[in-house]
Design a protein around this ligand. Sequence first.
Ligand code: GDP
Ligand code: MG
Length: 760
Amino acid sequence: MKKFALAGNPNSGKTTLFNLLTGSTAHVGNWPGVTVDKREGVYKKLSEPVGIIDLPGIYSLSPYTPEEVISRNYILDEKPDCVINIVDATNLERNLYLTTQLMEIDVPVIVALNMIDEVEKAGDSIDAAKLESKIGLPVVKISALKNQGIEELMRRGFEVSKHPRKGTTVLEGGKLTHLIGDCKIALEGAGVDNALFHAIKLAEMDELEVKMHPKSAGMVEEFKKTFSDDVFGSDFEAIVADSRYKYIAHNYSSVLTKKHKSEKEKLSKSDKIDRVLTHKVWGIPIFLVILFAVFHLTFSEDLLWIGAALPEGWVSLPGTAFEGVFGDGGINSPGVILFNLVDLATSSISDAIGDAMAAGGVADWATGLVVDGIFGGLFAVISFLPQILVLFLFFSILEDTGYMARVAFILDRIFRRFGLSGRAFMPMIMGFGCSVPAMVNTRTLADENERLATIRVIPFFSCGAKLPILTAVAGGIAQITGLGNADLITYGMYVLGIAVAIAAVLIMRNTTMKGEAPPFIMELPSYRTPQFRSLVMLLWDKTKHFIKKAFTIILASTIVIWFISHFSFNWKFLADEQMNESILAGIGQLIRPLFTPIGFGSQLNDWGWVFVVAAITGLIAKENVIATFGTLAACITSGFVADEALEGVDSVAQMISATGIGVPALIAFIAFNMLTIPCFAAVATAKAEMPSKKKFNYTIIFWVVTSYIVSSMVYLIGEWWWTLFIWLAVWAVAITLTVLYNKGKLKNIKLPKISLKKRS
Ligand code: GDP
Ligand code: MG
């Protein structure tokens, strides 16, 4: 099978094109550095199937970070049949810089002028035919987002892939060409592939190149000496780069016709928006308000707080099947309405099955297993899918518009001096989706210690799987105690997660994981309108993933939980009300004293072990926490045969009344689950991304200790407010000691300047 590689600058639309060509759903984000590893798929619309490889973004073929090395090596070593060079047409000159390097390799190259829709929208035009004749490579205008020009691109790419191509270069000017020519001949003589490319890189003294071909590097130095002294100066790399840019400006830039005025207007508009959103003082409050709005729209049961002003029973539709679905007192947010609808459906299903089994004379234990064990647990989780999707929708809108990249920029400005760079916030923000890809994304961090610290705190950014815990417990609190709004509690917990993450990184960066934050040079991506199609695709992908997980891991776990909660250690079957004698209860009782300082240990009554047990099942998959509640709640409620499976919020409400747990302990319970060892998949990823077993072991300890400290802090302060002063004192002492310990060394730490490059 032929292989086509997608190469281009970060954020130029490679992954979007990859998804379009192969029908995949890889993560696309409006910020540089989303893709950190190569990814393969197949395009099937040509006469034969063609393999497509999505590579991490690169600005040049002289790489600085590991993921850039992946791209370069792929093109050089794997020798794809064609390189599709994706060029962001709204940013032509800078993108062609890479093109001038790719053309030096002996590989067929085709240039895809992407984002042509935006160019046209701005009223500009690009003469592709003219560019093609100047550059000597086929050029096709496309829009990966709007699916324009794709077939032509692939057809022509397929044509060029049939003929081998020799590298060409735009570098010119007497001595330079001479030197490169000499090197090239020498390398060819030595039988090196891609002689032209390597000759140029050697002449540039490219680090990677010198390492790979030390002998040739020495030879090039000799060559350089044969020219009269100092022609090339010391910074050869800069000379070459300069010469490329000059060439581009002289020869290629004329293909672009700009409608000048509107370009300026557009720039100043996005500048104005940036001035507000990345404001020194208001940037963070604005972020917190936007975040709250998202939670309000997802979790509120009293949208815009207008419930009190509504006429009695106005939205609650009393007496109908939809009673309370759209609101009860206040208007429900879209997230809650969807939640209620799914809840309605799932509980009718499990009721109907329960009734049918009872009527059909099925043994009570079997009915119990199916209704409580399977449906109770499974549906408890599935009913949260709508809210997970709504929250993801909002997060991906924030990401696609380019706002999240601004958040990273604001945070960089504050935390850089403490050794945490804005780059590290990008994978953290990805963690709101799932920790696994987020941990992989940390590969873009150059400082090893910063990378480690970041991996450790990524799970604190509450992922989709933890959402049911937050929502159910917050909902239970709101329902039973009437204290607070579910949206406010959920929001508070997300913010707590972020705060703990930042605090933990800062502590690590100033104690065990010291290092300088490398300068944060990230372009602020342009603001974009999120595309409906890609949002739908993302949500569909999440749904598939979630359903698959529900019917495998979570289903299996709930069945196991049901069994070990209905059998005693001597394998006697137990009725629901005897559950306290079960294996599960035994294990729970045994370890619960450990959780007393967090509020859900020995101080609770006989049923109190359920919290400990639920937290432990969460180590497999975080959804299990609520699935376990679902399974157990149904049994705790009723006498023998469960008459009703209790889902989500109701199951937590049931737990609250059965165990007598209080609000501070419930919040501590959420905090514990958010911060403790994440799910299996995340742990495995963390292990794979860590440099050593020892660092990984410390990471596990770190998770356990952090969750324990923070949640006991939450519990103790919530229960006895004055313990706040004890905690403050403890922290003050700890910080003072650290500062004193570091004192001598602190003076020597240089603070790199924040660099911000903007798209021009
Ligand atoms: P990558 O970093 O090169 O993989 O780029 P992505 O595929 O992640 O895309 C970066 C951003 O550009 C995303 O916000 C995309 O929605 C957007 N994008 C990609 N292709 C196009 C296009 O043809 N037109 C427009 N307007 N936006 C695009
Ligand atoms: Mg990408």
